[in-house]
Ligand binder design. Structure first.
Ligand code: KG4
Ligand code: ZN
Length: 334
């Protein structure tokens, strides 16, 4: 069965066709990111206006690239939350209209859960086995889950303040690197010494929760005490700040993921979300988790970022387990 996925939770308008919940036949992502750059973050009004314009060409493009007609589609799977409300409404309204007019079943999908599912796509048989622990690190979320099945997901912990990607974006802003911050910090950190500045992440009462606002403030004060970014840059410090910040955040993410695996007695970790596209996180996870006998799964780099293939894929597996939505489906934040 071919499932059509539609995803509009943030700045992107995405549509994909996925076969039997695992093979990507087409995957189109249009982003309005360039329009948000000058504001240093995503402006919801701009995002949803662009999504209104993009939704029809993007969905048509996904069908065309897949060489499929809407009649070939057995399920419309759409992100219903969490995300930017105006953006979610564009994707959901379009999906409902398509479902009603073409008599195709509809299923609303949780965006964060779809990031977990990205590791099941195009993996040539090497998919994670249930149960496992999932770490989702994106611009809006940092969560640890215990995953017993596609529809059996238990929250173990989450961030108390900033999400990991949000911390990257804010630190990049402090360092004058522009938006989005993750890729810029990754690039700069490659040349830096990750042990040069002893940054720390705040401790949390619950061991599987996260807190990243403290380290962001620590970077701000560190830069301020050097009087100006220009002076820090002159002394080659920016690279070391980026590398030390990145390494500290990743060490905490990996240590807490390992603690969650120990707690649930599992040997598989699945990582997803925009921050999971970072090569240093991939490398550090592999090295540190191997020592504990934990196997780690990452999606392909582009599938770590927001896309509709993960929405179509997860939708297929939930649909075959009997889940359905109707036209009363609404956008939500959980
Ligand atoms: O999953 P995603 O595409 O959208 C959300 O659901 O939020 O994640 C976007 C986030 C942004 O905060 C961005 O800075 C971060 O992922 N990100 C990265 C990298 N690429 C994107 N963070 C660290 N390193 C990267 N290479
Ligand atoms: Zn996302």
């Amino acid at each position: 069965m071919y499932a059509l996925g539609i995803e509009t939770s943030c700045d992107e308008t995405a549509a994909a066709v996925v076969y039997k919940g695992s093979t990507i036949v087409s995957n189109v992502v249009a982003s309005s990111l360039s329009l948000h750059k000058e504001y240093g973050g995503v402006i919801p009004e701009i995002a949803s206006r662009m999504q209104l314009e993009a939704i029809i060409p993007v969905v048509s493009g996904a069908l065309r690239n897949a060489k499929k007609h809407i009649r070939d589609i057995g399920l419309i799977s759409v992100t219903s939350g969490p995300g930017l409300l105006g953006s979610l409404i564009v994707g959901l309204s379009f999906a409902k209209a398509l479902s009603a007019s073409q008599a195709i079943p509809l299923l609303g999908i949780n965006h964060v859960y779809s990031h977990i599912f990205a590791s099941f796509l195009d993996q040539k048989g090497k998919v994670p086995r249930f149960p496992f622990v999932a770490l989702i690190v994106s611009g809006g979320h940092t969560n640890l889950f215990y995953v017993k099945g596609f529809d059996r997901i238990e929250l173990l912990g989450g961030t108390l303040d900033d999400a990991a990607g949000e911390a990257f974006d804010k630190v990049a802003k402090i360092l004058g690197l522009g938006y989005p911050g993750g890729p810029a910090i990754e690039l700069l950190a490659r040349e830096g010494n990750p042990r040069s500045i002893p940054f720390n992440c705040s401790r949390t009462k619950a061991p599987l929760d996260f807190s990243f606002s403290g380290i962001k403030t620590a970077v701000l004060y560190f830069v301020r005490t050097r009087k100006s970014i220009a002076r820090a840059a002159h002394r080659g410090l920016l690279r070391d700040i980026a590398a030390s910040f990145q390494e500290t955040v990743f060490r905490v993410l990996i240590e807490k993921s390992m603690a969650a695996c120990r707690m649930k007695n599992v040997k598989t970790l699945v990582v997803g979300g925009g921050v999971a596209s970072n090569n240093r996180l991939r490398k550090m996870s592999e090295i540190l988790l191997k020592q504990s006998g934990i196997r780690v799964f990452f999606p392909g780099r582009s599938l770590s970022l927001d896309n509709a293939a993960m929405v179509a894929g997860l939708g297929y597996h939930l649909y075959t387990r009997g889940l359905r939505s109707d036209l009363y489906l609404n956008v939500g934040q959980d």
